[in-house]
Design a protein around this ligand. Structure first.
Ligand SMILES: NC(=O)c1ccc[n+]([C@@H]2O[C@H](COP(=O)([O-])OP(=O)(O)OC[C@H]3O[C@@H](n4cnc5c(N)ncnc54)[C@H](O)[C@@H]3O)[C@@H](O)[C@H]2O)c1
Length: 258
């Protein structure tokens, strides 16, 4: 059983969907959690609820594409809990569009949150982990980095870039005791997915049922499916997993191409 008890963990995008499930699971497993996002009210409520249950959790309101915010979130973790053992670089946004309809605003948002956010998180977390001689950073990428989803060109490119980032950091910094891993979710039932169904001609429930039938396990993923995998990857039990992407897609990638 993986164990994050006593570990200090920063989760970006930690107040909705996958990140919220991670915040809850890690705090309830005894980790000391700093959860960061741009959802102020939801973040304050989540941290208060977890503290009310007797767990360690603080919320930091900040934008991962803003270097000062990222630096401050990491400093908060170190000042509050004394160290930073693990980071889940999870904050992300989705914008669907054909490349011919792409606006520069879409481009900057996708790249700034999905890629620059991960870059800044690493830039400021790695020096802390180097001083400790130990640490682990897990990224949330997407199967859209590997599969040509319709109207996901730039989103998929932003997530593929995160995989390349993760692999290169492994070469540069694992000799100093830092592991880098990624989870690549398929279709996970979160507010991001629900928002992507808006404007379709069928209700969300019908669309979800259709999608579930196409996944070999016959269901969509839940945020807790991802949180359990991330908890393991961040724990010392996963100490020899490094530079790897764990696919969390219920077997979709194993399907034959017909
Ligand atoms: N839901 C899926 O099917 C799916 C599949 C593959 C990958 N992902 C990835 O998983 C991650 C989590 O997505 P989710 O589905 O839980 O979405 P979500 O919209 O429920 O949560 C996203 C979180 O990121 C935060 N966030 C957004 N912009 C931010 C910013 N600039 N600074 C800080 N925080 C910011 C939001 O406040 C929120 O807490 C994302 O990186 C997403 O791309 C999701």
């Amino acid at each position: 059983m993986s164990d994050l008890k006593g570990q200090t963990v920063l989760i970006t995008g930690g107040t909705s969907g996958i990140g919220k499930a991670c915040t809850e699971l890690f705090a309830r497993s005894g980790a000391k959690v700093v959860t960061m996002s741009i959802q102020d009210e939801a973040g304050q409520l989540l941290a208060e609820q977890l503290r009310g249950e007797g767990h360690d959790c603080v919320f930091y309101y900040g934008d991962v594409s803003n270097e000062q915010d990222v630096k401050a979130a990491i400093e908060l973790a170190v000042e509050t809990f004394g160290r930073l053992d693990a980071v889940h670089a999870n904050a992300g946004v989705l914008r669907n569009q054909k490349i011919t309809d792409l606006t520069l605003d879409d481009f900057h948002l996708l790249i700034n949150v999905n890629l620059l956010g991960a870059v800044l998180t690493c830039k400021h977390a790695i020096p802390v982990m180097q001083r400790q001689g130990k640490g682990c950073i897990c990224f949330t990428t997407s199967v859209a980095a590997d599969i040509g989803f319709p109207e996901h060109a730039l989103y998929g490119a932003s997530k593929a870039a995160v995989v390349a980032l993760m692999r290169s950091l492994t070469t540069d910094h694992s000799p100093q005791g830092i592991r880098f891993v990624a989870v690549s979710p398929g279709t996970i039932d979160t507010p991001m997915l629900a928002a992507s169904c808006e404007g379709w001609d069928q209700p969300k429930e019908v669309l979800y049922a259709e999608v579930a039938k196409k996944i070999p396990v016959q269901r969509m993923g839940q945020p807790i499916d991802v949180a359990r995998a991330v908890a393991f990857l961040l724990s010392d039990d996963a100490g020899f997993i490094n530079g790897s992407v764990v696919q969390l897609e219920g077997g979709t990638l194993a399907l034959p191409p017909w």
